[in-house]
Structures are given as structure tokens and as C-alpha cells.
Design a protein around this ligand. Structure first.
Ligand code: DNO
Length: 358
């Protein structure tokens, strides 16, 4: 298991590589060229520059989150093959640069969605939260304003202004895309990119939909064990894998995360491990990573990862805003560092107990 932390790049992140380097047990970052748009071919010089910057800080790039997918690919539009070719070129360049893990999502129009980016908890910390009753009252065209007004001035991943300025156009593009079509478009894309993934040993790790149900009437296909296994089997290549994101899959309390982990043995290439607290149907808030702070058994999650022989890249996920830190919501240093320490502690205990036969 390789412990990492997400880093958005020096121009976008409040956290520095030097700070990340001091988190115990952490060796790499998960990053991206945050300024690139879906569909763009990544420039070799930009890939080399960020690699050099990360390595100069004594870390490695353990993976990219995300190389985003152009909507023409998700909707199966007339120019999808052109955008798939662009994606392949980017993968080729990343592979040549020694990067072997790519996280991406296949959510229509919106990436992750929350109704509040700073819900105050009893201890005074703030967290991201979601309440379907609030979302139901928001016009989809206003959700980006609501999200971005709470971003502390940072560009939120998946909510980049140039993207959300075209919401009406985007909704129109997805007019005829139902679950079946989205599934077919995902498998078409995966089949097309597998040869380059085979050539450069690139693990593709799809991120689950967050929350794990349709939002604003748009289809979602990465929400349950059955749906995930369907496209894993449809493109049966070990490079076609998943990001096991407990916080996204866990939004639906019916998702049994340890069971999902067991069903995906060998296909979990990346793990986002964090806790959340359920307040009622369709109503949850994020929590500290610790089991007792939320609704999930984090020991059971880590143990299941251990039991399936997971040895991939892991990172803590959204943290609470604590100790007065101002950052991109969910992505401050302090609570994610606590998350790293906790996950490393669980892992050490699990490994040592297993070795001692306990
Ligand atoms: C939000 C993240 C997502 C995730 C993408 C992966 O904090 O979990 O933006 O990175 O869905 O492509």
C-alpha cells in the first residue's frame, strides 16, 4: 500500500509539497494538470514540469486524478473518436513519464455534488454535507453558483467556471443519454483505450458517482456492486479497474463496502478512504476519518483491502476544516494528515496481527 495525498498544483492548492512531505508514512501525491480542460491533449513539457516539481520535494507522482473525460465520449457524440484519440495520446505521454495510475469519472454534467460545503459540527469543525431535500429545491442551473459561493475562492474540482457556464448546453447534450447508453459509451471508451494501457501498464481507476444515485434526473452507472461489476466484466482487462471511494459508495447505506471490496479483488487500483455520517435517507455529512465519528467501520474497510491483497495507492479523502485552516473545502492539510496517520495505524495493526496469526 502506498500512502499519498491529493495535491492540486502550486497555483491552485493552499497546501504545499513541503508540508505534505512531512506527513509520516506518505511517499507520493496524486495530482493533475488542473488547468487543462476535458478533451485537451496534455503537453509533454507540462507533465515533465510537474513531475520535476514533485520529485524536487522528495515525493513521487503516484497517480493522476483526474484525466477528465470529454462529454462527447460520455454521450457518444459524433466527435467522440477524436476525443478518445486525444485521451490516448495523453495516456501515452503519461505512461512514458512513468505514471501508471489514472483516476477518472463517468458522471454526466456534474462531478460530486453537495448542498453545503461548510456545515458546522458540534466541535466547531466544518464539513461538506448533502441533503436531498435541499438539492430538490435547487434549479440545476443554480447549483454551481451555490457550490462556488462556498469554495473559499478556490476552483473546485469538477466545478470549473468555464464548464459550469455551459450548463444548459451540457444538459441538452445528455438529453438522450440514459443508463444503458452511458454504459455502452463507457465500455466503448474502455475498449478503445485498453491497448495503450496494456502497452504502458496504466491502471484506469474509475471513480464512483457521488452521491451514489441519480442527481437532477441524470443517469448514474457507478453506484452499486452490481453496476460496477457489470462494466468490470464487460471489459475484462486488469487495467480496467476502480477507485474504491468509501465516501462516494458509502453515501448509500445499502452499499456494503467490505463486500464490494471483496468482489473487486485485483481490480481496485486506487483507494479513497474516508468516513461519513448518515443523518437520514438522502441526508449525510462528512466526518473525521475515525470510525467512531461517522457511520462506517473503517477497520472493516481496511481489513477487507488487506484481505484482497490490495497493494495499490491509497489516500485519505475529504477532511474537515479544523484549527482555523482555510483551504479548498475538503482539501485542507490538517484533517487529511490526521486521516493518513489513522489509516496507517489501522494498516500497521492489521498487517502485524495477520503476521502474528491473530
Ligand atoms: C471530489 C472528488 C472528485 C473526483 C473525481 C474523479 O472531491 O472526489 O472530484 O476526483 O470524480 O474523477
Amino acid at each position: 500500500m502506498q500512502m499519498t495525498m491529493r495535491w492540486f498544483g502550486a497555483s491552485y492548492d493552499s497546501v504545499t509539497l513541503q508540508q505534505i512531505r512531512q506527513v509520516p508514512g506518505l511517499t507520493g501525491v496524486i495530482t493533475t494538470l488542473y488547468g487543462t480542460k476535458p478533451g485537451e491533449i496534455w503537453e509533454e513539457k507540462d507533465i515533465q514540469a510537474i513531475k520535476k516539481e514533485v520529485e524536487a520535494a522528495g515525493l513521487v507522482i503516484a497517480g493522476i486524478e483526474s484525466v477528465n473525460i470529454h462529454d462527447a465520449i460520455k454521450t457518444g457524440g459524433a466527435d467522440r473518436d477524436k476525443y478518445i484519440e486525444n485521451y490516448i495520446t495523453t495516456l501515452e505521454r503519461l505512461g512514458k513519464a512513468g505514471i501508471h495510475l489514472i483516476c477518472y469519472n463517468f458522471m454526466p454534467v456534474f462531478d460530486w455534488t453537495r448542498s453545503n460545503l461548510a456545515k458546522v459540527r458540534p466541535d466547531g469543525s466544518t464539513v461538506l454535507s448533502y441533503d436531498q431535500k435541499i438539492i430538490d429545491k435547487i434549479d440545476p442551473n443554480d447549483i454551481s453558483t451555490a457550490m462556488n459561493s462556498q469554495s473559499n475562492g478556490f476552483v473546485l474540482p469538477g466545478w470549473e467556471p468555464e464548464r459550469v457556464s455551459k450548463l444548459k448546453e451540457l444538459f441538452a447534450m445528455y438529453k438522450d443519454t440514459d443508463e444503458e447508453k452511458l454504459f455502452a459509451n463507457l465500455t466503448y471508451f474502455l475498449k478503445a483505450i485498453m491497448p495503450v494501457c496494456d502497452k504502458y501498464d496504466i491502471n484506469m481507476a474509475i471513480h464512483p458517482d457521488d452521491p451514489a444515485w441519480p442527481v437532477f434526473g441524470l443517469p448514474r452507472i457507478v453506484t452499486t456492486k452490481e453496476k460496477i461489476l457489470r462494466f468490470i466484466k464487460a471489459v475484462d482487462n486488469s487495467h480496467n479497474g476502480v477507485t474504491l471511494c468509501t465516501g462516494s459508495l458509502g453515501t448509500n447505506p445499502k452499499n456494503d463496502i467490505p463486500d464490494i471490496i471483496k468482489s473487486l479483488k485485483g481490480r481496485i487500483h486506487f483507494a479513497h478512504v474516508r468516513n461519513l455520517k448518515h443523518n437520514g435517507p438522502g441526508d449525510f455529512e462528512e466526518a473525521a476519518h475515525l470510525s467512531s465519528d461517522g457511520s462506517m467501520d473503517m477497520y472493516a474497510v481496511m481489513k477487507a483491502l488487506y484481505d484482497v491483497g490490495f497493494d495499490g495507492v491509497i489516500r485519505p479523502d475529504h477532511g474537515r476544516a479544523i484549527w482555523g485552516e482555510v483551504s479548498m473545502p475538503g482539501y485542507g492539510l490538517y484533517d487529511r494528515a490526521l486521516g493518513c496517520a489513522y489509516l496507517n495505524g489501522l494498516w500497521e495493526a492489521i498487517v502485524k496481527s495477520a503476521k502474528a496469526g491473530r
